[in-house]
Write a protein of this length. Structure first.
Length: 527
């Protein structure tokens, strides 16, 4: 078999290892090692006749130290089959293929998983308490996401512009659709059978479409950005990719999991506004999640996004809640119940977008969107960004749909908040005394953020919820202007004493002066 230029370039971009295995031969690896949480790829020659997507079954079993992982393969066109594996354990791994096709069956090989390179912190997982996120190496991860639905399906030039924007933007996660939802350059994930919009074969994928998409995933990974991959959506009834039959849905999910699942920066979003997909019931979504879990040995994060009807986020295949609700983040008192109902981390991925649209879902000012980020933070949850600021004479082109450049005033302020979060407590901000209108988030007795939103107080009475049996600590206080992005330390230390049954204060310094502007916050940190 010839190692094609496409294969070698793909391996280089992935930062992984490609083992090329000619039919009937033992594996000859281009390299013998892969970094932990990197991507190890096996490529095999096999049949191209018939329908390889349905006719050929292929897996490889990887084994190390008594641990075995069965990894599915996929057909990549031109008689090439691939198996992608991301090892989580250091040391020597062996592998063996199994297939119903002799040319693909019984191939063997070895590789060594070595220490990760700088910047490789592994895939994002849930924190131990379930309400926050952490990289596999233990580094905290605070999701600060954005949405650009079909950016990966635009022209190469437009995609390059989007990636250049993301390189300096504050976002470490982006929501992106596999199927187009706006005008796109790439529109055909399946082989076409005719000229009509629904003339395509759900049993035959177009590998070039998916190669293009995974190139975007790789490039996001190089920037340290998580790809929150939206698998279904209700916006393209003309072509009907989200309205396939159950067997076709399952084939698609298995292909996606085999093809993309080894990339450590992939998350699965089963659907955007799932409750608008008229051809699927809740039972169908449950079944699709079970299919995805079974097809994904790498166990990537999983969510589903609503419009009107919340999906039951407590179901075991949901790792974190992805919520659309613009009103829920207008006050921290509306935020924290979502954590309690979900019993896991919550990301308000859509809270209405910064924009100049006539649509009510895309007409926030930058101030309004940033305010939602802060209330979501104080309530112990995470918030996502979106922008519909149309430039020029084409109102249908924006960051939300096609990517490109950011024109809004919110990203710089979101970057400021991200820095505050990254300097904050581990694993993240939790609501504090949320039933009693303290408007505090943080960690009891050690770290607090207090947010005033649109209120314009000129002082704050220094009171923190603490009972007599609790620790009585001393604190330093910073005054934060969340819009003008300034941090002003208050001189001296506040030494807390019991005020009443529920609160402590500093009788020598009962108040902190504030400037009487909106969007102010306080950071109160134990000394």
């Amino acid at each position: 078999m010839t190692v094609t230029r496409r294969t070698m370039l793909g391996a280089a971009v992935a930062g992984g290892v490609v083992a090329m295995v000619p039919g009937g031969a033992v594996a000859t690896a281009l390299a013998k090692s892969v970094e932990r949480w990197g991507l190890y790829e096996i490529a095999l020659d096999g049949p191209s006749g018939g329908n390889p997507f349905d006719d050929v079954r292929l897996t490889a079993t990887f084994e190390s130290g008594g641990r075995t992982i069965a990894v599915p393969g996929f057909y990549d066109g031109d008689g090439t089959y691939r198996i992608r594996f991301s090892p989580g354990d250091l040391g020597r791994w062996t592998w063996r293929t199994a297939s119903n096709v002799a040319a693909l069956d019984g191939k063997t090989g070895t590789m060594t998983c070595v220490a990760p390179a700088a910047g490789n912190r592994g895939p994002v997982r849930m924190s131990r308490d379930g309400y926050h996120f952490v990289y596999a190496d233990g580094t905290p991860y605070r999701p600060v996401g954005t949405t650009s639905y079909s950016w990966a399906l635009q022209s190469d030039a437009r995609c390059a512009e989007t990636l250049a924007t993301l390189k300096t933007a504050p976002f470490n996660k982006i929501r992106m659709c596999v199927f187009p939802n706006v005008a796109s350059v790439a529109t055909d994930p399946f082989v076409r059978t005719g000229a009509g919009p629904k003339d395509w074969d759900p049993a035959r994928f177009d590998p070039a479409y998916f190669r293009r998409f995974e190139d975007r995933i790789r490039r996001l990974g190089a920037l340290g950005i998580e790809a929150d991959v939206i698998l279904f959506h209700p916006y393209d009834k003309l072509r009907g990719y989200s309205d396939m039959k159950p067997a076709d849905d399952a084939r698609y999910l298995r292909y996606i999991a085999a093809r993309f699942g080894a990339f450590r920066n992939v998350w699965w979003a089963m659907a955007n506004e799932y409750d608008l997909v008229e051809t699927k019931t809740v039972a169908d979504w449950d079944r699709l999640f079970q299919t995805l879990v079974a097809a994904d040995p790498h166990d990537r994060l999983r969510s589903i996004h609503n419009l009107h009807v919340y999906y039951d986020q407590r179901k075991p295949w949901i790792t974190h809640a992805s919520i659309q609700n613009g009103a829920a983040v207008l006050d921290d008192g509306r935020v924290h119940p979502h954590r309690q109902f979900a019993q896991k981390a919550v990301i308000f991925d859509e809270v209405i977008y910064e924009g100049n649209s006539s649509k009510r879902w895309a007409a926030l000012t930058g101030e309004q969107l940033v305010e939602r980020f802060w209330w979501g933070t104080i309530g112990g949850c995470y918030v996502g960004h979106g922008e519909v600021l149309s430039a020029g004479d084409n109102p249908d082109v924006s960051w939300l749909g096609q990517g490109g450049k950011l024109n809004g005033t919110s990203p710089a302020r979101i970057a400021f908040l991200r820095k505050i979060l990254e300097d904050g407590p581990l694993p993240g901000i939790d609501p504090i005394q949320q039933f009693w209108d303290y408007h505090l988030g943080g960690r009891d007795f050690t770290y607090y953020l207090k947010y005033f939103g649109r209120d314009t107080p000129t002082e704050w009475k220094v009171r923190l919820p603490t009972k007599a049996a609790d620790p009585h600590n001393s604190f330093r206080i910073d005054v934060i202007d969340t819009w003008n992005m300034t941090v002003t330390p208050v001189d001296g230390v506040f030494t807390m004493q019991q005020l009443n049954e529920y609160d402590v204060h500093d009788p020598a310094r009962p108040t902190v002066a504030l400037p009487g502007r909106p969007y102010m916050a306080l950071r109160i940190v134990k000394v």
